[in-house]
Design a protein around this ligand. Sequence first.
Ligand code: AGP
Length: 599
Amino acid sequence: MCGIIGYIGPRDISSVLLTGLKRLEYRGYDSAGMTINNPDGLATFKAVGKIMELEKKISGRDLAGNLGIAHTRWATHGEPNEINAHPHLDAKGEVAIVHNGIIENYYALKDFLIKEGFKIVSDTDSEIVAHLIQKFHNGDFSESVAKALELIEGTFGLAIVQKGENKIIAARRGSPLVLGLGEGEMFIASDVSAVLDYTKRIIYLNDDELAIVEKDSYSVKNLKGEEVNKKVHEIKWTLDQIEKKGFKHFMLKEIFEQPEAIINTLRGRIKEGKIKLSLDLNMNSLKRIIIVACGTSWHSALIGKHLLEKIAGVPVEVDYASEFRYRDPLIREGDLVIVISQSGETADTLAALREAKARGAKILGIVNVVGSTISREVDSGIYLHAGPEIGVASTKAFTVQVVDLLLLALFLRQEKGLDLQKDIIRNLETLPEKIREALGQSDSIRELAEKFVNCKNILYLGRGLNFPVALEGALKLKEISYIHAEGYPAAEMKHGPIALIDKDMPALFIATRDNTYEKILSNMEEIKARGGEIIAVVNEDDKKVIGLAGSIIKVPSVSCELTPVVNAIPMQLFAYHVADLRGIDMDKPRNLAKSVTVE
Ligand code: AGP
Protein backbone atom coordinates (compact mmCIF):
# COMPACT_ATOMS: atom_id res chain seq x y z
CA MET A 1 0.00 0.00 0.00
CA CYS A 2 2.99 2.32 0.09
CA GLY A 3 3.93 3.83 -3.26
CA ILE A 4 7.44 3.65 -4.73
CA ILE A 5 8.83 5.47 -7.78
CA GLY A 6 12.43 5.60 -8.98
CA TYR A 7 13.91 7.27 -12.06
CA ILE A 8 17.25 7.46 -13.83
CA GLY A 9 17.61 9.56 -16.98
CA PRO A 10 17.77 13.05 -18.44
CA ARG A 11 14.38 14.39 -17.38
CA ASP A 12 13.84 16.78 -14.48
CA ILE A 13 14.12 14.34 -11.61
CA SER A 14 11.83 16.01 -9.06
CA SER A 15 8.98 16.43 -11.55
CA VAL A 16 9.18 12.77 -12.65
CA LEU A 17 9.17 11.64 -9.02
CA LEU A 18 6.31 13.95 -8.00
CA THR A 19 4.19 12.93 -11.00
CA GLY A 20 4.80 9.30 -10.13
CA LEU A 21 3.84 9.82 -6.50
CA LYS A 22 0.60 11.51 -7.52
CA ARG A 23 -0.31 8.51 -9.67
CA LEU A 24 0.28 6.30 -6.62
CA GLU A 25 -1.64 8.40 -4.08
CA TYR A 26 -4.64 6.06 -4.32
CA ARG A 27 -2.55 3.35 -2.69
CA GLY A 28 -2.90 5.14 0.58
CA TYR A 29 -0.46 7.57 2.15
CA ASP A 30 0.15 9.68 5.24
CA SER A 31 3.58 11.10 4.34
CA ALA A 32 5.96 11.27 1.39
CA GLY A 33 9.60 11.89 0.55
CA MET A 34 12.29 11.73 -2.09
CA THR A 35 16.07 11.40 -2.43
CA ILE A 36 17.94 12.76 -5.44
CA ASN A 37 21.49 11.71 -6.22
CA ASN A 38 23.43 14.78 -7.41
CA PRO A 39 27.14 15.61 -7.71
CA ASP A 40 27.24 16.71 -4.05
CA GLY A 41 25.70 13.47 -2.82
CA LEU A 42 22.19 12.49 -1.68
CA ALA A 43 19.64 15.28 -1.20
CA THR A 44 16.58 14.09 0.78
CA PHE A 45 13.22 15.83 1.35
CA LYS A 46 10.27 14.54 3.37
CA ALA A 47 6.82 15.85 4.38
CA VAL A 48 3.82 14.65 6.38
CA GLY A 49 0.41 14.67 4.71
CA LYS A 50 -0.43 15.13 1.06
CA ILE A 51 2.06 15.11 -1.81
CA MET A 52 1.63 18.85 -2.16
CA GLU A 53 3.38 19.28 1.22
CA LEU A 54 6.44 17.62 -0.27
CA GLU A 55 6.07 19.76 -3.38
CA LYS A 56 6.19 22.89 -1.21
CA LYS A 57 9.39 21.63 0.45
CA ILE A 58 11.31 21.29 -2.78
CA SER A 59 9.89 24.22 -4.72
CA GLY A 60 12.52 26.74 -5.75
CA ARG A 61 15.41 24.39 -4.97
CA ASP A 62 18.04 23.50 -7.55
CA LEU A 63 17.64 19.74 -7.67
CA ALA A 64 20.03 18.87 -10.46
CA GLY A 65 20.69 15.16 -10.53
CA ASN A 66 20.38 12.19 -12.83
CA LEU A 67 18.58 9.74 -10.56
CA GLY A 68 16.24 9.58 -7.60
CA ILE A 69 13.73 7.59 -5.58
CA ALA A 70 10.49 8.64 -3.91
CA HIS A 71 7.79 7.15 -1.67
CA THR A 72 4.27 7.67 -0.34
CA ARG A 73 3.87 5.98 3.04
CA TRP A 74 0.90 4.11 4.54
CA ALA A 75 2.11 3.55 8.09
CA THR A 76 2.54 0.04 9.43
CA HIS A 77 5.29 0.72 12.01
CA GLY A 78 5.68 4.17 13.57
CA GLU A 79 3.31 7.11 13.41
CA PRO A 80 3.11 9.37 10.34
CA ASN A 81 5.82 12.03 10.82
CA GLU A 82 8.88 13.33 8.92
CA ILE A 83 11.35 11.10 10.72
CA ASN A 84 9.34 8.00 9.86
CA ALA A 85 8.67 9.12 6.27
CA HIS A 86 10.77 7.46 3.57
CA PRO A 87 13.44 7.57 2.15
CA HIS A 88 15.52 6.29 5.06
CA LEU A 89 19.29 6.78 5.08
CA ASP A 90 22.26 5.19 6.81
CA ALA A 91 24.14 7.25 9.40
CA LYS A 92 26.70 8.49 6.83
CA GLY A 93 23.96 9.66 4.49
CA GLU A 94 25.42 7.57 1.66
CA VAL A 95 22.63 5.01 1.19
CA ALA A 96 18.92 5.86 0.78
CA ILE A 97 16.07 3.38 0.59
CA VAL A 98 12.30 3.40 0.09
CA HIS A 99 10.39 0.33 1.23
CA ASN A 100 6.93 -1.20 0.88
CA GLY A 101 6.21 -4.22 3.10
CA ILE A 102 6.86 -5.45 6.64
CA ILE A 103 10.18 -6.66 8.05
CA GLU A 104 9.11 -9.39 10.45
CA ASN A 105 12.50 -9.84 12.19
CA TYR A 106 12.85 -6.07 12.58
CA TYR A 107 13.41 -6.12 16.33
CA ALA A 108 16.17 -8.73 16.16
CA LEU A 109 17.94 -6.86 13.36
CA LYS A 110 17.55 -3.55 15.18
CA ASP A 111 19.14 -5.01 18.33
CA PHE A 112 21.93 -6.52 16.23
CA LEU A 113 22.66 -3.17 14.57
CA ILE A 114 22.55 -1.21 17.83
CA LYS A 115 25.01 -3.67 19.39
CA GLU A 116 27.25 -3.00 16.36
CA GLY A 117 27.11 0.72 17.14
CA PHE A 118 24.52 1.80 14.58
CA LYS A 119 22.12 4.62 15.60
CA ILE A 120 18.47 4.02 14.64
CA VAL A 121 16.61 7.33 14.44
CA SER A 122 13.09 6.37 13.34
CA ASP A 123 10.32 4.08 14.64
CA THR A 124 10.05 2.28 11.34
CA ASP A 125 11.13 -1.22 10.42
CA SER A 126 12.33 0.03 7.01
CA GLU A 127 15.23 2.17 8.27
CA ILE A 128 17.31 -0.84 9.22
CA VAL A 129 17.68 -1.78 5.54
CA ALA A 130 19.80 1.34 4.92
CA HIS A 131 22.04 0.52 7.88
CA LEU A 132 22.44 -3.12 6.83
CA ILE A 133 23.50 -2.09 3.34
CA GLN A 134 26.02 0.33 4.82
CA LYS A 135 27.27 -2.41 7.13
CA PHE A 136 27.93 -4.73 4.17
CA HIS A 137 29.33 -1.93 2.00
CA ASN A 138 32.42 -3.32 0.29
CA GLY A 139 32.60 -1.31 -2.91
CA ASP A 140 30.12 -3.53 -4.77
CA PHE A 141 26.70 -1.82 -4.39
CA SER A 142 24.54 -4.75 -5.55
CA GLU A 143 26.51 -7.24 -3.48
CA SER A 144 26.08 -5.20 -0.28
CA VAL A 145 22.34 -5.00 -1.00
CA ALA A 146 22.07 -8.76 -1.61
CA LYS A 147 23.88 -9.51 1.64
CA ALA A 148 21.54 -7.18 3.55
CA LEU A 149 18.44 -8.76 2.00
CA GLU A 150 19.53 -12.25 2.97
CA LEU A 151 19.10 -11.28 6.63
CA ILE A 152 15.60 -9.93 6.17
CA GLU A 153 12.48 -11.99 6.95
CA GLY A 154 9.16 -10.60 5.79
CA THR A 155 8.16 -8.65 2.72
CA PHE A 156 9.78 -5.88 0.77
CA GLY A 157 9.55 -3.83 -2.36
CA LEU A 158 12.69 -1.70 -2.28
CA ALA A 159 14.38 0.99 -4.36
CA ILE A 160 17.89 1.91 -3.22
CA VAL A 161 20.46 4.56 -4.24
CA GLN A 162 24.02 5.07 -3.08
CA LYS A 163 26.14 8.21 -3.18
CA GLY A 164 28.43 8.19 -6.19
CA GLU A 165 26.68 5.20 -7.79
CA ASN A 166 25.06 5.94 -11.13
CA LYS A 167 22.40 3.25 -10.74
CA ILE A 168 19.32 2.33 -8.77
CA ILE A 169 18.84 -1.09 -7.21
CA ALA A 170 15.35 -2.54 -6.89
CA ALA A 171 14.40 -5.70 -5.01
CA ARG A 172 11.15 -7.43 -4.15
CA ARG A 173 9.69 -10.10 -1.94
CA GLY A 174 5.92 -10.06 -1.47
CA SER A 175 5.39 -6.40 -2.39
CA PRO A 176 4.93 -5.61 -6.08
CA LEU A 177 7.66 -3.82 -8.04
CA VAL A 178 7.96 -3.15 -11.78
CA LEU A 179 10.64 -1.75 -14.09
CA GLY A 180 9.60 0.71 -16.81
CA LEU A 181 11.91 0.59 -19.84
CA GLY A 182 12.51 3.88 -21.69
CA GLU A 183 14.95 5.16 -24.30
CA GLY A 184 18.00 6.40 -22.34
CA GLU A 185 15.92 6.33 -19.16
CA MET A 186 14.53 3.76 -16.75
CA PHE A 187 11.77 3.71 -14.13
CA ILE A 188 11.01 1.66 -11.03
CA ALA A 189 7.54 1.67 -9.46
CA SER A 190 5.11 -0.14 -7.15
CA ASP A 191 2.69 -0.39 -10.05
CA VAL A 192 2.31 0.44 -13.68
CA SER A 193 0.18 3.57 -13.25
CA ALA A 194 3.21 5.53 -11.94
CA VAL A 195 5.20 5.13 -15.17
CA LEU A 196 2.53 4.99 -17.89
CA ASP A 197 3.14 8.69 -18.59
CA TYR A 198 6.52 7.68 -20.00
CA THR A 199 6.57 4.04 -21.11
CA LYS A 200 4.35 1.03 -21.73
CA ARG A 201 7.22 -1.49 -21.66
CA ILE A 202 7.14 -3.16 -18.26
CA ILE A 203 9.06 -5.89 -16.45
CA TYR A 204 7.47 -7.44 -13.35
CA LEU A 205 9.98 -8.48 -10.68
CA ASN A 206 9.33 -11.78 -8.89
CA ASP A 207 10.08 -12.59 -5.26
CA ASP A 208 13.78 -12.56 -4.29
CA GLU A 209 14.80 -10.83 -7.49
CA LEU A 210 17.08 -7.83 -7.56
CA ALA A 211 17.36 -5.40 -10.48
CA ILE A 212 20.39 -3.20 -11.17
CA VAL A 213 19.06 -0.29 -13.22
CA GLU A 214 21.15 2.21 -15.19
CA LYS A 215 19.86 4.75 -17.66
CA ASP A 216 20.59 2.63 -20.74
CA SER A 217 20.55 -0.86 -19.29
CA TYR A 218 19.28 -3.14 -16.58
CA SER A 219 20.01 -6.59 -15.26
CA VAL A 220 17.93 -8.84 -13.01
CA LYS A 221 19.45 -11.37 -10.63
CA ASN A 222 18.26 -13.69 -7.89
CA LEU A 223 19.71 -13.29 -4.40
CA LYS A 224 22.39 -15.82 -5.27
CA GLY A 225 23.63 -13.41 -7.93
CA GLU A 226 22.49 -15.55 -10.90
CA GLU A 227 21.16 -13.65 -13.92
CA VAL A 228 17.40 -14.01 -14.51
CA ASN A 229 15.81 -13.51 -17.93
CA LYS A 230 12.65 -11.41 -17.73
CA LYS A 231 9.77 -11.01 -20.18
CA VAL A 232 8.99 -7.44 -21.29
CA HIS A 233 5.20 -6.81 -21.18
CA GLU A 234 3.57 -4.19 -23.43
CA ILE A 235 0.90 -2.55 -21.25
CA LYS A 236 -2.44 -2.03 -22.98
CA TRP A 237 -3.89 0.40 -20.40
CA THR A 238 -3.82 3.98 -21.66
CA LEU A 239 -3.41 6.92 -19.37
CA ASP A 240 -6.95 8.15 -19.89
CA GLN A 241 -8.17 4.79 -18.61
CA ILE A 242 -6.41 5.87 -15.48
CA GLU A 243 -7.53 9.45 -15.48
CA LYS A 244 -11.05 10.24 -14.25
CA LYS A 245 -12.53 10.88 -17.68
CA GLY A 246 -14.52 13.86 -16.41
CA PHE A 247 -16.10 12.06 -13.47
CA LYS A 248 -15.79 13.72 -10.05
CA HIS A 249 -14.14 10.63 -8.57
CA PHE A 250 -12.45 7.50 -9.84
CA MET A 251 -15.10 5.51 -7.97
CA LEU A 252 -17.96 7.11 -9.94
CA LYS A 253 -16.06 6.60 -13.21
CA GLU A 254 -15.58 2.93 -12.35
CA ILE A 255 -19.25 2.47 -11.37
CA PHE A 256 -20.24 3.81 -14.78
CA GLU A 257 -17.61 1.70 -16.54
CA GLN A 258 -19.32 -1.53 -15.51
CA PRO A 259 -21.21 -2.11 -18.79
CA GLU A 260 -17.92 -1.88 -20.72
CA ALA A 261 -16.09 -3.92 -18.10
CA ILE A 262 -18.63 -6.72 -18.51
CA ILE A 263 -18.43 -6.50 -22.30
CA ASN A 264 -14.64 -6.81 -21.98
CA THR A 265 -14.77 -9.80 -19.65
CA LEU A 266 -17.28 -11.62 -21.86
CA ARG A 267 -15.31 -10.91 -25.05
CA GLY A 268 -14.29 -14.18 -26.68
CA ARG A 269 -15.67 -16.26 -23.84
CA ILE A 270 -19.14 -17.04 -25.29
CA LYS A 271 -19.14 -18.38 -28.88
CA GLU A 272 -22.13 -20.02 -30.59
CA GLY A 273 -23.73 -20.67 -27.23
CA LYS A 274 -20.60 -22.31 -25.85
CA ILE A 275 -18.34 -21.06 -23.01
CA LYS A 276 -14.70 -20.63 -24.02
CA LEU A 277 -12.28 -20.55 -21.06
CA SER A 278 -8.69 -21.65 -21.54
CA LEU A 279 -8.09 -23.27 -18.17
CA ASP A 280 -5.29 -25.80 -18.19
CA LEU A 281 -6.72 -27.67 -15.23
CA ASN A 282 -8.08 -31.23 -15.26
CA MET A 283 -11.70 -30.59 -14.35
CA ASN A 284 -12.74 -34.24 -14.67
CA SER A 285 -11.18 -35.12 -11.31
CA LEU A 286 -12.79 -32.09 -9.63
CA LYS A 287 -14.55 -33.07 -6.40
CA ARG A 288 -14.68 -29.86 -4.32
CA ILE A 289 -13.96 -26.17 -4.70
CA ILE A 290 -12.67 -23.90 -1.94
CA ILE A 291 -12.81 -20.18 -2.66
CA VAL A 292 -10.64 -17.84 -0.60
CA ALA A 293 -10.58 -14.03 -0.78
CA CYS A 294 -10.86 -10.84 1.27
CA GLY A 295 -13.37 -8.01 1.52
CA THR A 296 -15.45 -7.38 -1.57
CA SER A 297 -13.79 -10.32 -3.31
CA TRP A 298 -15.02 -12.54 -0.47
CA HIS A 299 -18.55 -11.31 -1.17
CA SER A 300 -18.30 -12.33 -4.81
CA ALA A 301 -16.94 -15.68 -3.57
CA LEU A 302 -20.15 -16.23 -1.57
CA ILE A 303 -22.17 -15.63 -4.75
CA GLY A 304 -19.82 -17.95 -6.61
CA LYS A 305 -20.72 -20.72 -4.17
CA HIS A 306 -24.41 -20.45 -5.09
CA LEU A 307 -23.67 -20.38 -8.81
CA LEU A 308 -21.11 -23.21 -8.88
CA GLU A 309 -23.20 -25.54 -6.74
CA LYS A 310 -26.46 -24.86 -8.58
CA ILE A 311 -25.10 -24.81 -12.15
CA ALA A 312 -22.02 -27.03 -12.03
CA GLY A 313 -23.12 -29.35 -9.22
CA VAL A 314 -19.78 -29.04 -7.40
CA PRO A 315 -19.68 -28.61 -3.60
CA VAL A 316 -18.11 -25.27 -2.68
CA GLU A 317 -16.64 -23.92 0.54
CA VAL A 318 -15.88 -20.21 0.99
CA ASP A 319 -13.40 -18.85 3.49
CA TYR A 320 -11.75 -15.57 4.36
CA ALA A 321 -8.17 -15.90 3.11
CA SER A 322 -6.87 -14.69 6.48
CA GLU A 323 -8.81 -17.46 8.27
CA PHE A 324 -8.07 -20.20 5.75
CA ARG A 325 -4.32 -19.90 5.99
CA TYR A 326 -4.22 -20.44 9.76
CA ARG A 327 -6.90 -23.09 10.19
CA ASP A 328 -4.67 -25.97 9.08
CA PRO A 329 -6.96 -26.46 6.06
CA LEU A 330 -7.81 -29.97 4.89
CA ILE A 331 -6.90 -30.30 1.21
CA ARG A 332 -7.85 -33.55 -0.51
CA GLU A 333 -7.38 -35.15 -3.94
CA GLY A 334 -9.72 -33.43 -6.36
CA ASP A 335 -9.82 -30.12 -4.48
CA LEU A 336 -9.57 -26.91 -6.50
CA VAL A 337 -8.79 -23.71 -4.62
CA ILE A 338 -9.99 -20.52 -6.28
CA VAL A 339 -8.40 -17.25 -5.18
CA ILE A 340 -10.23 -14.04 -6.05
CA SER A 341 -8.37 -10.73 -5.95
CA GLN A 342 -8.79 -7.49 -7.88
CA SER A 343 -5.27 -6.27 -7.18
CA GLY A 344 -3.59 -9.66 -7.22
CA GLU A 345 -1.37 -8.39 -4.39
CA THR A 346 -3.48 -8.85 -1.23
CA ALA A 347 -1.10 -10.38 1.29
CA ASP A 348 -3.68 -12.59 3.04
CA THR A 349 -4.95 -13.99 -0.25
CA LEU A 350 -1.41 -14.56 -1.55
CA ALA A 351 -0.48 -16.36 1.66
CA ALA A 352 -3.62 -18.52 1.46
CA LEU A 353 -2.74 -19.38 -2.14
CA ARG A 354 0.74 -20.49 -1.10
CA GLU A 355 -0.65 -22.49 1.85
CA ALA A 356 -3.10 -24.31 -0.40
CA LYS A 357 -0.42 -24.96 -3.02
CA ALA A 358 1.95 -26.32 -0.38
CA ARG A 359 -0.82 -28.77 0.61
CA GLY A 360 -1.17 -30.04 -2.93
CA ALA A 361 -4.18 -28.11 -4.21
CA LYS A 362 -4.48 -26.86 -7.77
CA ILE A 363 -5.06 -23.09 -7.80
CA LEU A 364 -7.31 -21.08 -10.09
CA GLY A 365 -7.06 -17.29 -9.91
CA ILE A 366 -9.75 -14.73 -10.72
CA VAL A 367 -7.69 -11.53 -10.85
CA ASN A 368 -7.87 -8.10 -12.47
CA VAL A 369 -4.29 -6.83 -12.57
CA VAL A 370 -2.34 -8.58 -15.31
CA GLY A 371 1.07 -9.73 -14.17
CA SER A 372 0.27 -9.24 -10.48
CA THR A 373 1.89 -11.61 -8.00
CA ILE A 374 -1.20 -13.78 -7.48
CA SER A 375 -1.80 -13.99 -11.23
CA ARG A 376 1.74 -15.30 -11.66
CA GLU A 377 1.53 -17.90 -8.90
CA VAL A 378 -1.74 -19.64 -9.78
CA ASP A 379 -1.86 -22.78 -11.94
CA SER A 380 -4.50 -21.26 -14.17
CA GLY A 381 -6.64 -18.17 -14.20
CA ILE A 382 -9.42 -15.95 -15.47
CA TYR A 383 -8.46 -12.30 -15.87
CA LEU A 384 -11.32 -9.88 -15.17
CA HIS A 385 -10.21 -7.49 -17.97
CA ALA A 386 -12.15 -4.83 -16.05
CA GLY A 387 -9.44 -2.21 -16.60
CA PRO A 388 -7.60 -0.42 -13.78
CA GLU A 389 -9.68 0.03 -10.62
CA ILE A 390 -8.22 3.09 -8.89
CA GLY A 391 -10.97 3.93 -6.39
CA VAL A 392 -10.25 2.27 -3.05
CA ALA A 393 -13.83 0.96 -2.87
CA SER A 394 -14.11 -1.93 -5.29
CA THR A 395 -17.05 -1.66 -7.68
CA LYS A 396 -16.56 -2.90 -11.26
CA ALA A 397 -14.22 -5.62 -10.04
CA PHE A 398 -17.03 -7.03 -7.90
CA THR A 399 -19.64 -7.25 -10.65
CA VAL A 400 -17.10 -8.64 -13.13
CA GLN A 401 -15.94 -11.23 -10.58
CA VAL A 402 -19.55 -12.42 -10.28
CA VAL A 403 -19.89 -12.63 -14.07
CA ASP A 404 -16.64 -14.61 -14.33
CA LEU A 405 -17.76 -16.99 -11.58
CA LEU A 406 -20.98 -17.55 -13.55
CA LEU A 407 -18.94 -18.19 -16.70
CA LEU A 408 -16.83 -20.68 -14.74
CA ALA A 409 -19.95 -22.46 -13.44
CA LEU A 410 -21.36 -22.71 -16.97
CA PHE A 411 -17.97 -23.89 -18.26
CA LEU A 412 -17.74 -26.67 -15.65
CA ARG A 413 -21.32 -27.71 -16.49
CA GLN A 414 -20.39 -27.81 -20.18
CA GLU A 415 -17.27 -29.88 -19.42
CA LYS A 416 -19.54 -32.39 -17.66
CA GLY A 417 -21.49 -32.73 -20.90
CA LEU A 418 -24.60 -31.16 -19.39
CA ASP A 419 -26.76 -28.79 -21.41
CA LEU A 420 -26.19 -25.06 -20.91
CA GLN A 421 -29.13 -22.95 -19.74
CA LYS A 422 -29.67 -20.80 -22.81
CA ASP A 423 -31.64 -18.14 -20.89
CA ILE A 424 -28.66 -17.47 -18.65
CA ILE A 425 -26.38 -17.01 -21.67
CA ARG A 426 -28.95 -14.75 -23.33
CA ASN A 427 -29.19 -12.69 -20.12
CA LEU A 428 -25.39 -12.49 -19.94
CA GLU A 429 -25.25 -11.03 -23.42
CA THR A 430 -27.89 -8.39 -22.61
CA LEU A 431 -26.48 -7.68 -19.14
CA PRO A 432 -24.52 -4.51 -20.10
CA GLU A 433 -27.74 -2.87 -21.27
CA LYS A 434 -29.52 -3.86 -18.04
CA ILE A 435 -26.69 -2.31 -16.05
CA ARG A 436 -26.99 0.91 -18.05
CA GLU A 437 -30.67 1.00 -17.07
CA ALA A 438 -29.77 0.53 -13.39
CA LEU A 439 -27.15 3.29 -13.69
CA GLY A 440 -29.89 5.53 -15.04
CA GLN A 441 -31.31 5.68 -11.49
CA SER A 442 -28.26 7.59 -10.23
CA ASP A 443 -30.03 10.94 -9.86
CA SER A 444 -33.01 9.47 -7.98
CA ILE A 445 -30.63 7.53 -5.77
CA ARG A 446 -28.85 10.79 -4.97
CA GLU A 447 -32.18 12.28 -3.87
CA LEU A 448 -32.69 9.24 -1.65
CA ALA A 449 -29.15 9.61 -0.28
CA GLU A 450 -30.03 13.15 0.84
CA LYS A 451 -32.66 11.65 3.18
CA PHE A 452 -30.11 9.36 4.84
CA VAL A 453 -26.94 11.42 4.72
CA ASN A 454 -26.94 11.98 8.49
CA CYS A 455 -28.07 8.60 9.72
CA LYS A 456 -25.78 6.77 12.11
CA ASN A 457 -26.58 3.16 11.20
CA ILE A 458 -28.19 1.26 8.34
CA LEU A 459 -29.09 -2.44 8.12
CA TYR A 460 -28.76 -4.15 4.75
CA LEU A 461 -30.93 -7.23 4.33
CA GLY A 462 -31.08 -9.86 1.60
CA ARG A 463 -31.62 -13.58 1.07
CA GLY A 464 -30.02 -16.30 -1.02
CA LEU A 465 -27.92 -14.88 -3.84
CA ASN A 466 -28.67 -11.38 -2.56
CA PHE A 467 -27.46 -11.87 0.99
CA PRO A 468 -23.82 -11.32 -0.20
CA VAL A 469 -25.09 -8.25 -2.07
CA ALA A 470 -26.43 -6.96 1.26
CA LEU A 471 -22.98 -7.55 2.76
CA GLU A 472 -21.37 -5.73 -0.17
CA GLY A 473 -23.78 -2.80 0.09
CA ALA A 474 -23.00 -2.43 3.78
CA LEU A 475 -19.26 -2.59 3.14
CA LYS A 476 -19.47 0.09 0.44
CA LEU A 477 -21.39 2.44 2.72
CA LYS A 478 -19.18 2.04 5.77
CA GLU A 479 -15.85 2.21 3.96
CA ILE A 480 -16.54 5.46 2.09
CA SER A 481 -19.16 7.34 4.18
CA TYR A 482 -18.00 6.14 7.63
CA ILE A 483 -21.66 5.40 8.55
CA HIS A 484 -21.95 2.11 10.43
CA ALA A 485 -23.74 -0.44 8.23
CA GLU A 486 -24.33 -4.13 8.65
CA GLY A 487 -25.33 -6.76 6.09
CA TYR A 488 -27.53 -9.57 7.35
CA PRO A 489 -29.58 -12.48 6.04
CA ALA A 490 -33.12 -11.06 6.12
CA ALA A 491 -34.60 -14.07 7.90
CA GLU A 492 -31.98 -13.83 10.64
CA MET A 493 -33.34 -10.50 11.84
CA LYS A 494 -35.87 -12.23 14.09
CA HIS A 495 -33.06 -14.09 15.87
CA GLY A 496 -31.88 -10.98 17.73
CA PRO A 497 -30.93 -8.01 15.51
CA ILE A 498 -34.58 -6.94 15.18
CA ALA A 499 -34.11 -5.52 18.69
CA LEU A 500 -32.13 -2.76 17.00
CA ILE A 501 -35.07 -1.59 14.92
CA ASP A 502 -36.56 1.82 15.68
CA LYS A 503 -37.18 5.00 13.68
CA ASP A 504 -33.43 5.77 13.67
CA MET A 505 -32.38 2.40 12.28
CA PRO A 506 -33.39 2.24 8.61
CA ALA A 507 -33.32 -1.14 6.85
CA LEU A 508 -32.40 -1.48 3.19
CA PHE A 509 -33.92 -4.63 1.66
CA ILE A 510 -32.88 -6.25 -1.59
CA ALA A 511 -36.32 -7.42 -2.69
CA THR A 512 -36.10 -8.29 -6.36
CA ARG A 513 -38.24 -11.26 -7.38
CA ASP A 514 -36.75 -14.70 -6.80
CA ASN A 515 -37.65 -17.84 -4.85
CA THR A 516 -37.42 -15.97 -1.52
CA TYR A 517 -39.44 -12.90 -2.57
CA GLU A 518 -42.58 -13.74 -0.55
CA LYS A 519 -40.40 -14.41 2.52
CA ILE A 520 -38.73 -11.03 2.11
CA LEU A 521 -42.16 -9.40 2.16
CA SER A 522 -42.89 -10.90 5.57
CA ASN A 523 -39.46 -9.82 6.83
CA MET A 524 -40.42 -6.30 5.79
CA GLU A 525 -43.73 -6.56 7.65
CA GLU A 526 -41.79 -7.50 10.82
CA ILE A 527 -39.64 -4.38 10.51
CA LYS A 528 -42.51 -2.07 9.54
CA ALA A 529 -44.55 -3.28 12.52
CA ARG A 530 -41.75 -2.04 14.80
CA GLY A 531 -41.56 1.43 13.30
CA GLY A 532 -38.50 0.76 11.16
CA GLU A 533 -37.99 2.81 8.00
CA ILE A 534 -37.59 0.65 4.89
CA ILE A 535 -35.67 1.28 1.68
CA ALA A 536 -36.21 -1.44 -0.92
CA VAL A 537 -34.51 -2.42 -4.18
CA VAL A 538 -37.29 -3.87 -6.36
CA ASN A 539 -38.00 -4.86 -9.95
CA GLU A 540 -39.50 -2.12 -12.11
CA ASP A 541 -42.93 -3.74 -12.25
CA ASP A 542 -43.13 -4.59 -8.53
CA LYS A 543 -46.59 -4.01 -7.02
CA LYS A 544 -46.29 -5.53 -3.53
CA VAL A 545 -43.29 -3.88 -1.91
CA ILE A 546 -44.41 -0.36 -2.71
CA GLY A 547 -47.01 -0.54 0.11
CA LEU A 548 -44.36 -1.63 2.63
CA ALA A 549 -41.30 0.49 1.85
CA GLY A 550 -41.01 4.23 2.39
CA SER A 551 -38.35 4.49 -0.36
CA ILE A 552 -37.98 2.43 -3.52
CA ILE A 553 -35.05 1.90 -5.91
CA LYS A 554 -36.04 0.20 -9.18
CA VAL A 555 -33.82 -2.17 -11.14
CA PRO A 556 -34.48 -4.07 -14.39
CA SER A 557 -35.41 -7.76 -14.24
CA VAL A 558 -32.74 -10.33 -15.16
CA SER A 559 -32.40 -14.10 -14.68
CA CYS A 560 -31.93 -14.83 -10.95
CA GLU A 561 -28.25 -15.78 -11.40
CA LEU A 562 -27.53 -12.21 -12.56
CA THR A 563 -29.59 -10.36 -9.93
CA PRO A 564 -26.48 -9.86 -7.72
CA VAL A 565 -24.80 -7.94 -10.57
CA VAL A 566 -27.73 -5.64 -11.28
CA ASN A 567 -28.64 -5.21 -7.59
CA ALA A 568 -25.07 -4.20 -6.74
CA ILE A 569 -25.41 -1.05 -8.87
CA PRO A 570 -27.82 0.81 -6.53
CA MET A 571 -25.74 -0.35 -3.56
CA GLN A 572 -22.67 1.30 -5.08
CA LEU A 573 -24.50 4.47 -6.15
CA PHE A 574 -26.24 4.88 -2.77
CA ALA A 575 -22.93 4.61 -0.91
CA TYR A 576 -21.21 6.94 -3.39
CA HIS A 577 -23.85 9.69 -3.14
CA VAL A 578 -24.09 9.50 0.66
CA ALA A 579 -20.31 9.82 0.92
CA ASP A 580 -20.21 12.64 -1.64
CA LEU A 581 -22.98 14.51 0.20
CA ARG A 582 -20.96 14.10 3.38
CA GLY A 583 -18.04 15.79 1.61
CA ILE A 584 -15.77 12.76 1.76
CA ASP A 585 -13.14 12.09 -0.92
CA MET A 586 -14.15 8.47 -1.32
CA ASP A 587 -11.25 7.71 -3.69
CA LYS A 588 -9.01 7.90 -0.63
CA PRO A 589 -11.12 7.00 2.42
CA ARG A 590 -9.44 7.41 5.79
CA ASN A 591 -7.43 4.45 7.13
CA LEU A 592 -7.88 2.47 3.88
CA ALA A 593 -5.58 1.53 1.00
CA LYS A 594 -6.41 0.11 -2.38
CA SER A 595 -4.29 -2.95 -2.01
CA VAL A 596 -3.61 -4.39 1.46
CA THR A 597 -0.16 -5.91 0.94
CA VAL A 598 0.44 -6.39 4.66
CA GLU A 599 -1.12 -9.14 6.82
C1 AGP B 1 -13.41 -3.32 -1.20
O1 AGP B 1 -14.22 -2.16 -1.47
C2 AGP B 1 -12.29 -3.02 -0.25
N1 AGP B 1 -11.49 -1.96 -0.72
C3 AGP B 1 -11.51 -4.25 0.18
O2 AGP B 1 -12.38 -5.02 0.98
C4 AGP B 1 -10.98 -5.17 -0.95
O3 AGP B 1 -12.03 -5.81 -1.60
C5 AGP B 1 -10.09 -6.25 -0.29
O4 AGP B 1 -8.99 -5.61 0.33
C6 AGP B 1 -9.58 -7.31 -1.28
O5 AGP B 1 -8.81 -6.70 -2.27
P1 AGP B 1 -8.41 -7.57 -3.58
O6 AGP B 1 -9.67 -7.93 -4.29
O7 AGP B 1 -7.52 -6.66 -4.38
O8 AGP B 1 -7.68 -8.80 -3.09
